[in-house]
Design a binder for this molecule. Structure first.
Ligand SMILES: [Zn+2]
Length: 313
């Protein structure tokens, strides 16, 4: 059994969202060092605020100020902070119920160690030096021994409100494709497509996932498929993707490799985009050293009969 592959994988994108009136007031408030919650129909104050009452689903707009001091309701120690986390030294993730609020806010607590943190401890906001109208305007929380801080008396109506934010999303992890896909990827390195056949329904999965999702049994028999295949369906891409050096328009297709029981994805090249069609016979084009075909191009064979791929759309 060859070694199962693993590799680092990062999925990253900026998420742009507009803020409704409640989130706008909350984040603009943070910029002005004011923490706003919202009052629900049953008189509770939610911080962070939401736009709809969680009990009645009514729209709620009644903003109320709460204090920048509060009480830790639960916590977990983060001994190895990761990139872009609120602090670059070990810290506690805490849920803090601010004075005047009925719900707790998730944030970081700057503390020397886990022994210095406990449920029920008093904390206060440490404001960021530069504030832009984001949750990061709260740099973190810090231990606090005084009483409840004074309120500013403001409940909104800020100048130049924040109306949108860009939240970077990033997943950074080690991915292992497992036994079946490791065999598939290793075969691709030799420019071969190897799938697995279900012992029950005989379907050949390419790429293989290790089990047949229909029959619920392991697929162990390896089957080489392709290299030729048939375009079963396709789309014309007109939007240029960042970091992808392909001129638009181009065609992305479902391709059923000969012998495969389902289609895989691939780009179609070597033919004008508006001449690509269902049933077009194609073959992979490899670039030196690549693990995957760069694209598929027409083989020149006659188009496949619809009945030969109608189950593979
Ligand atoms: Zn099956």
């Amino acid at each position: 059994m060859p070694e199962v592959l693993k590799a680092p994988l990062v999925v990253e994108f900026p998420f742009t969202r507009s803020l409704g009136p409640v989130q706008s007031a909350f984040l603009t408030g943070l910029r002005e060092r004011v923490v706003l919650g919202v009052r629900t129909g049953d008189g509770r104050t939610l911080v962070p605020p939401v736009e709809y009452d969680p009990v009645t689903a009514e729209e709620i707009r009644d903003l109320v100020e709460v204090a920048p001091t509060g009480t830790v309701t639960t916590w977990a120690w983060n001994h190895a902070p990761r990139r872009d986390q609120p602090l670059d030294t070990p810290f506690a993730w805490v849920l803090v119920r601010l004075d005047g609020a009925d719900t707790a806010l998730l944030h970081a607590l700057d503390a020397p160690g886990p022994d210095a943190v406990h449920t029920g401890m008093r904390v206060r906001i440490r404001w960021a030096e530069e504030r832009t109208g984001a949750i990061t305007d709260i740099a973190c929380f810090e231990p606090y021994t005084g009483g409840q801080a004074e309120l500013t008396g403001r409940t909104g109506g800020f100048e130049d409100p924040v109306t949108g934010i860009v939240a970077p999303a990033r997943l950074d992890y080690t991915y292992s494709p497992g036994r079946a896909q490791t065999a598939y990827i290793n075969a691709l390195a030799e420019q071969r497509n190897v799938g697995e056949r279900c012992p029950s329904c005989r379907k050949v999965y390419v790429p293989p996932r290790g089990a047949c999702p229909t029959c619920g049994v392991a697929t162990l028999e390896q089957v080489e498929v392709g290299p030729h295949g048939t375009v079963t369906t396709f789309c014309i891409v007109n939007i240029k993707a960042k970091n992808l050096d392909i001129e638009v328009p181009y065609v992305y297709a479902h391709i059923a490799l000969d012998g495969a029981g389902l289609a895989l994805h691939g780009r179609i090249g070597g033919i004008p985009y508006d001449e690509v069609r269902m049933g077009l016979r194609v073959e992979p084009v490899w670039t030196a050293g690549a693990r995957y075909p760069d694209h598929y191009r027409p083989t020149g064979e006659p188009d496949a009969d619809y009945d030969t791929y109608r189950e593979l759309l």
